[in-house]
Design a protein. Structure first.
Length: 221
C-alpha cells in the first residue's frame, strides 16, 4: 500500500513538473513556437512519457481534469436540496472568487498566461468549444432531471443564461488581467459583477428545476 502511494506521488510530481515547464516555455516563447520535444527535453522526460500524461499539446495548458465540459453539469448535479441550477452555479463562482481559485486565473502572473492563451488560435478555439460543450452538457443534465425535452424553450433559456454568465466571468477576469489589474481588485470586481447578474436574471431562472427534498433524487422543475 505504501509502495503504491509512493508511485502515485511520483506520477503527480512528474505531471506537475512537465506542466510547469511547458507553461514557462509557452509564456516565454509562445504556444505555437514551442514543440512537445522541447517541453520533454526541458522537463527531462521522453516524448512518450510526456504523452502518457498529456494526450495533446493543448492539454498542457487546458488539462481535461481542470477544463472539463462537464463542469457546469457537475455543479448542478451536486447541488443541495432546495437549490436551483442557476443558484448553484452563482454560489460556486462566488465561492471560487472568495477562495482565489487558480482555475479562475486569480493569481499573480496569470495575465501573461492569459495573453499566451489568447494569442494561440488552437487554444482560443478550444476555449470557445469548451464553453459551448459546457452549456450543452448542462442542458442535457437539466433535461434528465426535469423530464423536459432537450429543446424545451425554458430549459434552453436557463442553460443558455447559466452558460453565458459563467463564460462572462472568465472573459472579464481575462480582460482585467490584460489591463494589469491585480487579483484582489479583480476579485472585488467579479463579486460585484455576480451581484449584478443575480439582479438581472429573472425569477424563472432561479425557480427552474429547484431540487426537491426527497432522498431519491431531484424533483421535476
Amino acid at each position: 500500500m505504501g509502495e503504491e502511494g509512493l508511485r502515485e506521488r511520483k506520477k503527480r510530481q512528474t505531471r506537475r513538473r512537465i506542466r510547469e515547464v511547458a507553461m514557462r516555455l509557452f509564456v516565454e516563447h509562445g504556444f505555437d513556437k514551442v514543440t512537445i520535444a522541447q517541453v520533454a527535453a526541458e522537463a527531462e522526460v521522453s516524448v512518450n512519457t510526456l504523452y502518457n500524461y498529456f494526450e495533446a499539446k493543448e492539454d498542457l495548458v487546458l488539462p481535461p481534469d481542470e477544463a472539463s465540459p462537464q463542469r457546469l453539469a457537475a455543479i448542478v448535479r451536486e447541488r443541495a436540496s432546495g437549490v436551483s441550477p442557476a443558484r448553484a452555479v452563482l454560489d460556486r463562482l462566488r465561492q471560487e472568487v472568495h477562495g482565489r481559485e487558480r482555475q479562475l486565473g486569480l493569481t499573480e502572473g496569470f495575465g501573461a498566461v492569459f495573453e499566451m492563451m489568447r494569442s494561440a488560435p488552437t487554444l482560443a478555439a478550444r476555449l470557445e468549444d469548451l464553453g459551448r460543450e459546457m452549456t450543452e452538457a448542462l442542458a442535457a443534465q437539466l433535461a434528465e432531471e426535469t423530464g423536459d425535452e432537450r429543446d424545451d424553450p425554458v430549459l434552453c433559456a436557463v442553460a443558455g443564461q447559466i452558460g453565458w454568465f459563467h463564460s462572462m466571468v472568465f472573459a472579464e477576469i481575462g480582460r482585467r488581467l490584460v489591463a494589469g489589474r491585480g487579483p484582489e481588485e479583480i476579485a472585488a470586481d467579479v463579486l460585484r459583477l455576480l451581484d449584478a447578474v443575480e439582479e438581472l436574471l429573472g425569477e424563472r431562472a432561479f425557480t427552474y428545476a429547484v431540487r426537491g427534498a426527497r432522498e431519491d433524487g431531484p424533483l421535476p422543475g
